[in-house]
Ligand binder design. Structure first.
Ligand code: F6P
Length: 377
């Protein structure tokens, strides 16, 4: 759908932060202002800032030097869903309310002709609903999880994978010195992309992801067999969203202020305890956590984020709405936001990366175990 070119465009970053957000802000602001003469209004802290009317104009020079900076100069929140918005009542208790009408008013009051939403799966759902209210919206896909459909990849993912890879390199030398098993738990929510790519890059011996159900006997047998062959250490890279053989993910906390209240985390410790108990080998766990999201983006992510920012400015200034910029092959295109949120992009179990990892001997904990060895550990 196209409309009259917008002259005053609101820009916000939503959801968890991610390396490359600032490069998008720079690319967007410089293109929209410098090339199209549009006014860019930066909205603070995502949809929360929109609700509270916290916004300010961004000029060309203000975004200088941002290409390699981590985080987001605008701030962000993952508790700003307009249709599931936490508000503190008079009694101090949190109530979940629909404040979409108020947010729409804020857009009108600020004179915004369009809204550009830089976010992941949750933010794209919100962007799509907002477009339905009649506000021209352009989405920019960000997430370290790489779980958005309709784009080959998202910026932030490459940085997260590099951090996992480096962490595994470091864990491998200490694991090898002490003849230990090291379990590393990585992020990714319900998708195993970070564990798969980071585990492969770091040479993990076993990778456990949500998309490939694993069994304890297969995991422990591989660790034990390596030890018997003289490889007295093992590296197990586990995605936070991997499902236990007994069923379900390990949930660290519940936060009802978020649309998805489940905060994943803790599976690394469960896996480590089980391996130690079943193999007798000393096992340690490292939870990489937010290190995967902080700090400077890789060169690949800086370039992708810049291209996304430029393309989003062009789309918004041309009057596009209900679309998200996306990477297809080597081209940046626009796709309907609806396409991006139709389904979560998870790892197909027969994906070429999985096949390549198996070819070099990496295990996924689903390998057959010979009869009689099922419970031997
Ligand atoms: O979506 C990005 C992500 O880092 C996930 O990988 C992780 O499950 C989640 O966000 C963590 O969220 P929070 O920063 O709120 O703990």
């Amino acid at each position: 759908m196209t409309a009259a070119p917008p002259r005053r465009i609101g820009l916000l970053t939503g959801g968890g932060d991610c390396p490359g957000l600032n490069a998008v802000i720079r690319g967007f602001t410089r293109t929209a202002r410098g090339r199209w003469g549009a006014t860019v209004v930066g909205i603070e802290d995502g949809f929360e800032g929109l609700y509270e009317g916290r916004m300010r104009e961004l000029d060309y020079n203000e975004v200088a030097g941002l290409v390699g900076e981590g985080g987001t100069m605008l701030g962000t929140t993952n508790k700003g869903d307009p249709w599931h918005f936490p508000l503190r009542g008079a009694d101090g208790a949190i109530e979940i309310r629909d404040v979409s009408a108020r947010m729409l008013e804020r857009v009108r009051e600020a004179g915004l002709d369009a809204l550009v939403v830089v976010g992941g799966d949750g933010s794209m759902h919100i962007a799509d609903r907002f477009a339905g209210l009649g506000v021209p919206v352009v989405g920019v896909p960000k997430t370290i999880d790489n779980d958005l459909s309709a784009t080959y990849t998202t910026f932030g993912f490459d940085t997260a994978v590099s951090i996992v890879s480096e962490a595994i390199d470091r864990l491998t030398t200490t694991a090898s010195s002490h003849h230990r098993v090291m379990v590393i738990e990585v992020m990714g929510r319900y998708a195993g992309w970070i564990a798969l790519a980071g585990g492969m890059a770091g040479g993990a011996d076993t990778i456990l992801i949500p998309e490939i159900p694993f069994r304890w006997d297969a995991v422990c047998r591989h660790v034990r067999h390596r030890a018997m062959r003289g490889r007295r250490f093992s590296i197990v890279c586990v995605a936070e969203g991997a499902k236990l053989p007994e069923g379900g993910e390990v949930v660290q906390a519940i936060d009802t202020r978020r649309t998805d209240a489940r905060q994943l985390g803790g599976i690394g410790a469960v896996v480590a305890r089980r391996i130690e108990a079943q193999t007798g080998l000393e096992t340690r766990v490292t939870v990489l956590g937010h290190l995967q999201r902080g700090g400077t983006p890789t060169a690949y992510d800086r370039i992708l984020a810049t291209r996304f920012g430029v393309a989003a400015a062009q789309a918004a200034c041309r009057g596009a709405s209900g679309v998200m910029v996306a990477l297809r092959g080597t081209d940046i295109v626009t796709v309907p936001i609806a396409e991006a949120i139709a389904s979560l992009r998870t790892v197909p179990p027969g994906h070429p990366l999985v096949e390549a990892a198996r070819a070099v001997g990496t295990r996924f904990g689903d390998e057959p175990v010979p009869p009689g060895e099922e419970t031997a550990g």
